[in-house]
Design a protein around this ligand. Structure first.
Ligand code: FES
Length: 95
């Protein structure tokens, strides 16, 4: 299975995970503390800045795109509860 490295820039932690793992799952595993609410792409609480590797993430669903637009998210932001890591990525959660 392909692997990917997810780095939490704010706490200086890098984790090797199977490609296809959700960002929020990795956060919970390492205690990175990304705050979340619904986990269903609805509340926008888990909004996370992607520092590098935007091209290594899953394509956002229409529901995620709607929430990102509603929250006026910058182009380099994604919902941690919905986004799959497919390759190496560095993030900086908003908390
Ligand atoms: S936790 Fe609600 S959108 Fe991610």
């Amino acid at each position: 299975m392909a692997k990917a490295i997810l780095t939490f820039a704010d706490i200086g932690v890098s984790v090797t995970v199977p490609a296809g793992t959700r960002i929020i799952e990795v956060s919970e595993k390492v205690g990175a503390g990304i705050v979340y609410g619904c986990r269903e792409s609805d509340c926008g609480t888990c909004l996370t800045e992607i520092v590098t590797g935007m091209e290594n993430l899953s394509i956002p669903s229409p529901i995620e795109l709607a929430t990102l637009a509603e929250k006026k998210a910058k182009a380099n932001m994604r919902l941690a509860c919905q986004t799959l890591v497919l390759g190496d990525v560095t993030i900086k959660p908003g908390y």
